[in-house]
Design a protein around this ligand. Structure first.
Ligand code: GH3
Ligand code: MG
Ligand code: MG
Length: 470
């Protein structure tokens, strides 16, 4: 994994040491010797992570951190404070300024690489989510924006996992006035509870011996439901190797024992906010995808989706083993309905028609609104003979029972005309649509409320018409 690292320190030898270490691991290193210069480089060079000295003349590290985290343009860049200070108070100040992690000078290699890699991995995932959000914004289908710090961190559901009771009591006491804290003592119970899918955070002791905590973390990462769940681990100060391993397999953050209450609160706050921010980006994305492919009035797929799907569907027919049919249908004299009862009643008819179409086709069939009162149904693995039957069933399902609408009469008779055709190996989507359209045109011309079929040779092979009793 390569990434651009910005190293900030006012003491040149410190910069050189970190630069050499990171360069030897193939990171792209850029440097700054003070707060102002660091900010300039952040905007100019878009680093993937910042290693930030705390004590610098002029603007100190905390200030630089606060400034970066306050600007949505750059707030997503992870920051590791590199400090000679190791007082919990300083860590809490750093966390409150928005820092993601700390390294103590002199910097230990294992700790350095483990943290940088884990934070860069996280940033890359977030970059991808933010990019999708951007696409959704450009599309005009979602109204995104905001940063992690705009999320609430209250009322989180947190699961604490440890074999003993000592840290559990401390963690529970510290967190339970603002959060709901649950407890498990082994891996099996944890996997079961976390699998429910309603947790915001899990806190795991990496020192547990009654179960293998690293294996538990791997299992949480491999499970679809818990893959994105943040894991905060509790580690012994001396156990750098275990922590490095944990970060490598997907532990999100850690706390060194003995647990400092304020630091615990600050780290929980960061993890919960980040989780909620990610959840929001993800659900915005799914929503925007759904909106981008759906017709707003009927809830069927829209024309754009149908057309892109049709290209793929047609290509599956190329080898001649698969069949594919297409129905194109259009409401008869729909303009009259609008003109007589108004556009709203017209919309009610369109909505009801969408429901009846979905009722009459299989789950694998793709129904879409093609235009105003024109609909298409794509039938995979379906030859012409069966497609005609489906079309006929659909026509009857529409014409045999009046549509419920909000007129004085409460219902309206509606009929439709249907064109049917099948796909010929080697032909393109356009030719298929054109033939279905021709069949529909012919159904209209020959009297409406009927199904017309055109086979792959282009000849009309049947007309169907059943009188509908009024
Ligand atoms: P034909 O039997 O030949 O299909 O006649 P028609 O009246 O159904 O066809 P025409 O194409 O003349 O009219 C279609 C009408 O559909 C005109 C248009 O205003 C109406 N329409 C298109 N989209 C919507 C919509 O979203 N809602 C409503 N209420 N009407 C729509
Ligand atoms: Mg019509
Ligand atoms: Mg029309």
């Amino acid at each position: 994994m390569s990434a651009r690292v910005l190293v900030v320190d006012d003491v040149l030898p410190n910069v050189k040491v970190l630069e050499a270490k990171l360069t030897s691991e193939y990171f792209d290193v850029i440097t700054a010797s003070g707060g102002e210069e660091a900010l300039a480089r952040v905007y100019r060079d878009s680093p993937d992570i910042i290693l930030l000295d705390v004590m610098m003349p002029g603007m100190n590290g905390f200030e630089v951190c606060r400034k970066i985290k306050a600007d949505p343009l750059v707030a997503h860049i992870p920051i590791v404070m590199v400090t000679a200070l190791s007082e919990p108070r300083d860590r809490v100040e750093g966390l409150e300024a928005g820092a993601d992690d700390f390294l103590t000078k002199p910097v230990n290699d294992t700790a350095l690489f483990a943290r940088v890699r884990s934070l860069v991995r996280l940033k890359m995932m977030m970059d991808e989510l933010r990019l999708r959000e951007q696409t959704g914004n450009d599309f005009g289908v979602i109204d995104g924006g905001g940063t992690e710090s705009s999320e609430s961190d209250k009322g989180a559901r947190i699961l604490v996992v440890d074999e003993g009771q000592r840290d559990i009591n401390k963690v529970t006491e510290t967190l339970s006035d603002t959060h709901e804290v649950l407890v498990e003592h082994d891996a099996e119970g944890t996997l079961q509870r976390a699998g429910v899918g309603d947790l915001d955070l899990i806190i795991v002791s990496l020192a547990a011996t009654a179960f293998d905590p690293l294996r538990l973390c791997v299992q949480l990462r491999n499970n679809e439901v818990t893959r994105q769940l943040p894991i905060l681990s509790l580690v012994e100060e001396t156990d750098t190797e275990r922590l490095a391993k944990g970060l490598e397999i997907g532990v999100t953050d850690y706390l060194v024992r003995p647990v400092d209450r304020n630091e615990l609160k600050a780290r929980v706050r960061t993890q919960v906010r980040r989780k909620r921010f990610q959840d929001r980006l993800r659900s915005n994305y799914h929503e925007s995808m759904a909106m981008a492919v759906t017709d707003g009035l009927t809830g069927l797929y829209n024309r754009r989706y149908f057309e892109s799907h049709l290209m793929n569907a047609v290509s599956t027919v190329q080898d001649g083993n698969k069949s594919l049919s297409l129905l194109m249908m259009d409401i008869d004299h729909f303009k009259q309905i609008n003109d007589t009862y108004g556009h709203n009643v017209g919309d009610e008819v369109l909505r009801e028609l969408g429901v009846r179409i979905l009722d009459s086709v299989r789950g694998v069939d793709l129904a879409a609104r093609y235009g105003g009162e024109e609909f298409v149904v794509l039938l995979p693995d379906t030859g012409l003979g069966v497609a005609v039957n489906v079309a006929e069933r659909l026509r009857r399902r529409i014409g045999s029972e009046p549509f419920g609408v909000s007129t004085d009469g409460g219902s309206l008779p509606v009929t439709c005309s249907v064109g049917v055709t099948s796909c010929e190996p080697g032909e393109d989507a356009l030719a298929l649509v054109k033939r279905a359209d021709q069949a529909l045109y012919s159904a209209k011309n020959s009297g409406r409320n009927r199904v017309v079929v055109i086979d792959t040779n282009g000849s009309e092979i049947s007309h169907s018409y059943t009188a509908v009793s009024a």
